[in-house]
Design a protein around this ligand. Structure first.
Ligand SMILES: Nc1nc2c(c(=O)[nH]1)N[C@H]1C(S)=C(S)[C@@H](COP(=O)(O)OP(=O)(O)OC[C@H]3O[C@@H](n4cnc5c(=O)[nH]c(N)nc54)[C@H](O)[C@@H]3O)O[C@H]1N2
Ligand SMILES: Nc1nc2c(c(=O)[nH]1)N[C@H]1C(S)=C(S)[C@@H](COP(=O)(O)OP(=O)(O)OC[C@H]3O[C@@H](n4cnc5c(=O)[nH]c(N)nc54)[C@H](O)[C@@H]3O)O[C@H]1N2
Ligand code: SF4
Ligand SMILES: [Mo]
Length: 695
């Protein structure tokens, strides 16, 4: 049999790197980074390379299933797709008749592939779409909105051309986006500097020119002092400030008391070091990127922290600058027409969102929504009942805190459906599982990619599904048919692609050469104009009217984080290079790379507990506990205990991951109620654990 190859898109994490897949018949031989993609250069991360191991893994849902026992009991009836779709439609229609169309809640993991299912939701008449973002980047998103009127994705990180990159709560070499990693390393090879501010020495910290170990949760204080220093020593870009800042005087007055000496006592970082660092930044400006954070659903002041970061970038003139944070180009910016969307075939539902985003909480974007608030409504019925829930590529029982509490809430639903390619706690607790084909087995719709050089891209299936699984557009189609939404009931992906491309001058054959289609000849930097920022004044607004209108302060006074007593630690978490969240821990190849997580403890704290590396320790909080091995090191702040997120699986169907390590979210009792009032994101690290040597 002949070998062949297809250009596609990795699906092992949400970055979606361009790939080339070599096949022979129904077999995947090899996956590599798409050699045509300049930022990728044929490379993949370890997870991308392990895609084949996902494909051949028998420990994934192999066909549609309907629950046979109690919720979470794990008794399933294997059914046909027709039976599964009929079942969902019948149950959902009963809920809609009794409680109205709006009683359906849907959550996913965001991203560019949402058009089909968002169209389905519109067709069904519910406004209640939420993404995962309350547990990820929502505080960053709302920080950007509050200052610029633009979301966080309105900006590009021009890492390759930057002279100084600052990463604070951002572990870029382990929390990977392949192009970003390559761009950063290229920039550093050309002389760019890297500063890392973290509570522990991550791999990225080890590569930095300057590493500052900070007291957990005190970053906002550090940044206020840094702004103080930039202003006091006139290290900021006065021209940029005069042109683009509104309420600069309010900022000046606000940071007055936050001196570098004050910050030293709060953060543990010497005032002399802060001053030297500020001077270095001013030297590199405007080609500076201080990353505003990605996973910053951590503290009650994470929104204020991200705002302070954006403000620093602006003070240095880095907003809109080459080597800084230029604004991304839309398709219209490069004179091209966008894809036709299925969503626009249906009117936007008139009902108000159940989570209050955009009305009760007028400052919050209804786009991502607030899933935490929607969960509250399942229990309270306020402002109205939610009785059906579809988790589509989302595992809140692992991705949100306090799974015990979540199960109490979710058990109030009349219908719960999971769409997933791997087992997950959420799928296990659902009434119906609709199994998705892996990314190697499915075609996807065409997507638009912004950035400095916009493009169109798609995922193409490399091999047919090994099991009775379906692509997401096929699942939407199957459901749409049951609800009479004929415009979504596609039989062939080619017809859907043709619909999307109508009116553009791109043809599907244009994707053959490289796997994507460039919409501009080269990358371009947009100059800032009075239309760049979508605020009332067209400027960067330090005082955010929408937040002030809700009684929130745009210039939040710093609140000192709690210092835990002996034997107690702030529970900190993060990512590792070889796993994606919770869903690769059972992947045969990646499990071999890392099979359990450990608890990082500072040497002094560990000595006081009589614990050495490799000893089993018990971490407990609020009646929940788990045992894992200790990793003892000087390279972590003594107030923190750190673990990699995603471990501690308890499902018998995942033989490799079962019982290995601990789930951080299970120790976050009461965590569903802890959110940052300014950003709406969860405050996942406002949690403490008690640690002792396990017997
Ligand atoms: N390999 C891999 N890559 C991924 C992912 C994955 O699962 N695996 N997931 C992707 C996703 S969805 C996201 S959101 C991103 C996340 O990307 P990042 O936000 O960069 O990743 P994290 O590891 O969550 O956190 C970064 C660092 O924050 C530090 N930290 C914790 N508390 C504090 C604090 O109080 N102050 C400071 N200064 N630092 C602190 C942690 O020690 C950690 O090193 O990664 C993406 N890339
Ligand atoms: N305690 C704690 N909580 C956290 C984090 C943490 O570090 N600690 N990290 C947070 C962050 S940054 C994020 S982004 C979230 C992640 O939270 P989730 O999005 O829930 O995590 P994943 O494990 O990526 O994916 C969830 C499910 O979607 C399935 N899946 C993956 N890709 C696809 C796909 O393309 N289509 C479909 N239909 N299904 C798919 C997987 O099989 C898995 O079952 O968790 C957040 N929650
Ligand atoms: S970063 Fe790694 S896992 Fe994520 S899409 Fe790229 S290659 Fe795949
Ligand atoms: Mo995330």
């Amino acid at each position: 049999m002949e070998k062949s190859a297809v250009f596609s898109m990795c699906g092992m994490c949400s970055v979606r790197c361009p790939i080339r897949v070599e096949t022979k018949g129904d077999d995947v031989l090899r996956i590599e980074g798409n050699p045509h993609a300049a930022g990728i250069r044929g490379a993949l991360c370890a997870r991308g390379a392990a895609g084949r191991s996902l494909l051949y893994d028998e420990e994934r849902p192999q066909g549609p299933m309907i629950r046979a026992g109690a919720r979470g009991e794990g008794k399933w009836r294997k059914v046909s797709w027709d039976e599964a779709f009929d079942y969902v439609a019948e149950k959902l229609n009963r809920v809609r008749e009794q409680y109205g169309d709006r009683s359906l809640l849907f959550s996913d993991r965001g991203g560019p592939f949402r058009d089909t299912w968002r169209a389905l939701l519109r067709g069904l008449g519910t406004p209640n779409y939420c993404n995962h973002d309350t547990a990820c980047a929502l505080n960053v998103h709302h920080a950007a909105k509050s200052l610029f009127g633009l979301g966080r994705k309105g900006f590009v990180y021009d890492l390759k051309n930057s002279k100084h990159v600052v990463l604070q709560t951002r572990n870029i070499l382990e929390a990977i986006n392949v192009k970003e990693v390559n761009d950063l390393l290229d920039g550093m090879a050309a002389g760019g500097k890297l500063t890392v501010i973290d509570i522990r020495a991550s791999v990225t910290a080890c590569k930095a020119d300057r590493f500052m170990m900070i007291r957990p949760g005190s970053d906002y204080g550090f940044n206020l002092a840094l702004i103080h220093e930039l202003l006091a020593s006139k290290l900021y870009n006065e021209e940029f400030v005069a042109a683009w800042f509104k309420d600069f005087e309010a900022l000046q007055a606000f940071v007055q008391p936050y001196t570098p000496e004050w910050a030293e006592a709060e953060t543990g970082i010497p005032a002399t070091e802060l001053r030297a660092f500020a001077a270095e930044l001013a030297e590199a400006a405007p080609s500076v990127i201080w990353h505003p954070g990605w996973m910053n659903a951590r503290y009650n002041q994470s929104w204020a922290l991200s705002r302070s970061i954006y403000i620093i970038n602006a003070l240095l003139g880095a907003i809109g600058a080459k080597g800084g944070l230029p604004l991304g180009n839309s398709l219209a910016d490069v004179g091209r027409k966008g894809l036709k969307t299925l969503e626009s075939l249906y009117p936007k539902p008139k009902e108000k969102r159940v989570d209050g985003a955009g009305w009760r909480s007028a400052q919050f974007d209804g786009g991502p929504g607030l899933l935490t608030k929607a969960f509250e409504a399942i229990e309270s019925g306020d402002p109205y009942p939610i009785k059906a829930y579809i988790a589509w590529r989302h595992d809140p029982l692992m991705a949100f805190p306090d799974p015990e509490r979540q199960r109490e809430i979710l058990d109030k639903l009349d219908l719960m459906v999971a769409v997933t390619f791997s087992w997950s706690d959420t799928a296990w607790f659902s009434d119906v599982i609709l199994p998705l084909s892996t990314y190697l087995e499915r075609d996807s719709i065409i997507i638009e990619k912004g950035g400095l050089k916009p493009s169109l891209a798609l995922r193409r299936r490399a091999v047919p599904p090994r099991y009775d699984t379906r692509a997401d557009w096929e699942i939407v189609s199957g459901l749409a048919k049951r609800f009479g939404l004929d415009a979504l009931a596609y039989e062939r992906i080619e017809d859907l692609w043709a619909f999307q491309l109508e009116g553009t001058d791109v043809r599907i054959e244009d994707f053959d050469a490289k796997g994507w289609v460039d919409l501009a000849a080269s990358a371009s930097y947009k100059p800032l104009t009075e239309k760049s920022f979508k605020t009332g004044s067209g400027k960067i607004e330090i005082i955010a009217p929408a937040w002030e209108g809700q009684g929130l302060s745009s210039l939040e006074p710093y609140a000192s984080p709690e210092r835990p007593d002996k034997g107690r630690f702030r529970l900190a978490f993060g990512r590792v290079a070889v796993h994606t969240q919770g869903h690769t821990v059972n992947n045969p190849m990646l499990h071999e790379c890392m099979s359990e997580n450990t608890l990082w403890l500072h040497s002094d704290a560990a000595a006081a507990l009589g614990v050495a590396t490799g000893d089993l320790v018990e971490a407990s909080a609020g009646g929940s506990s788990g045992s894992l091995k200790a990793f003892v090191t000087d390279c972590i702040h003594p107030e923190a205990a750190f673990m990699v997120h995603g471990f501690g699986h308890t499902l018998p169907v995942e033989s490799r991951a079962f019982g290995r390590g601990v789930a951080d979210n299970a120790l976050m009792r009461g965590g569903l109620d802890k959110t940052d009032p300014g950003g709406g994101g969860l405050s996942l690290q406002e949690c403490f654990v008690t640690v002792r040597k396990a017997s």
